[in-house]
Design a protein around this ligand. Structure first.
Ligand SMILES: [Zn+2]
Length: 361
């Protein structure tokens, strides 16, 4: 959720549901009771649904509330990647009565909309204005983006903030996750907490002592190295596995994104769901590279061509397997490609070759 949608602006809408938009802190006492309550969109509504919802409610709102709803829409459009619509809404928000903080937040939105379009020079003046009125974490983020827009060296920062800011940074800026905030035990750069994992469900077996590991691909084309995209991919995969497949969690224990980040999947104390059946999953660490490494023309153009894992991905795979092998005492002969265990094209020829080289086959 964008920071500016958090409690200061729309506490009722986001947290409590049936409060009026007028629960914003800036509203003068006395006008509160005049508005009909505006129910909030359901908590699980997608960004698109939220946009539709607020656009539908705009005409019924008072001028003050319209200004806040415009600000909210600006944030939602930023989140959906539509810089132009975001900017239109931030400018519209400015036309309403705004506190100094709200005005700074609108400027911050306009600045970020330009960054989304890689127009750093246009973003800069808005970020300068915004940075004068923002404080706390939002102010820190604004200052970071201002440094970026000014072409200055970027300070090291924590992964949560980086994830929020990634969409505004060019794809050439790959800021490694310096250290994980969560509890990625030893082997991962990115923890479950970092990517916002849902809890592990009860329907799993405990993991036996790991004695083998199996390599997979997600079979979904990967097109990005951005940290925020990897976080989203992880949440999508987890949703697919938990809700689509009815599993306790993601099937795999570790995933590796295109930038070579090792991401914590299913906790290691839970047996995986990746190799085929319960016997095959026993003591078997599931490692999955994000990308489609086998041609699947039947699924359309996006899937027709096999990708090759990136160099960073392969380096991370080497690093991760070696670390797991020495930690758990797993021999080279216990490294498998998925297709060694089950009738499947996973993980594709390139990774298979890597597996067999590793096994010495
Ligand atoms: Zn597989």
């Amino acid at each position: 959720m964008p920071r500016s949608l958090r409690p200061t602006l729309f506490p009722g809408i986001l947290l409590l549901g049936l409060l009026p938009v007028s629960c914003a802190s800036q509203r003068p006492v006395g006008t509160i009771a005049l508005e009909a309550p505006v129910p909030s969109p359901p908590a699980h509504a997608s960004v698109k649904e939220r946009i539709r919802y607020w656009e539908g409610h705009l005409p019924r709102l008072s001028r003050d509330d319209q200004s806040e709803a415009r600000q909210c829409l600006g944030e939602l459009y930023l989140e959906s990647g539509n810089a132009n619509q975001a900017r239109i809404n931030f400018y519209a928000a400015r036309k309403g009565p705004q506190s100094r903080l709200e005005a700074a937040q609108s400027s911050y939105g306009i600045g970020r909309s330009y960054l989304l379009e890689q127009r750093a020079s246009l973003a800069k003046s808005h970020l300068v204005t915004a940075s004068k009125g923002l404080s706390g974490p939002e102010g820190e983020e604004c200052n970071f983006l201002l440094l970026y827009a000014s072409g200055k060296a970027l300070p090291k920062t924590d992964s949560t903030m980086m994830a929020r800011l990634q969409p505004y940074l060019g794809s050439d800026v790959r800021t490694p996750v310096a250290s994980s905030n969560g509890t990625a035990p030893g082997f991962a750069d990115v923890s479950r907490r970092d990517w916002g994992a849902a809890p592990l469900l009860a329907n799993h077996d405990p993991m036996a002592k790991p004695f083998r590991l199996t390599i997979h691909h997600t079979a979904e084309p990967a097109t990005t190295q951005r940290l925020a995209d990897s976080y989203r991919e992880m949440r999508d995969l987890q949703r697919m596995h938990q809700q689509g497949e009815g599993w306790a969690d993601l099937g795999y224990h570790y995933l590796i994104d295109q930038a070579g980040r090792v991401i914590e999947g299913r906790p290691m104390h839970a047996q995986g769901a990746h190799a085929g059946n319960s016997e095959l999953n026993r003591g078997n660490i599931g490692i999955c590279l994000i990308g489609n490494f086998f041609p699947q023309p039947e699924r359309g153009d996006d899937y027709a061509l096999a990708q090759k894992p990136s160099g960073e991905q392969m380096a991370a795979l080497d690093r991760l397997t070696s670390a797991l092998q020495s930690h758990y005492g797993i021999s080279d002969s216990q490294i498998w490609g998925h297709q060694d265990l089950k009738q499947t094209a996973c993980p594709g020829p390139f990774l298979n070759e890597w597996v067999h080289a590793k096994r010495g086959d």
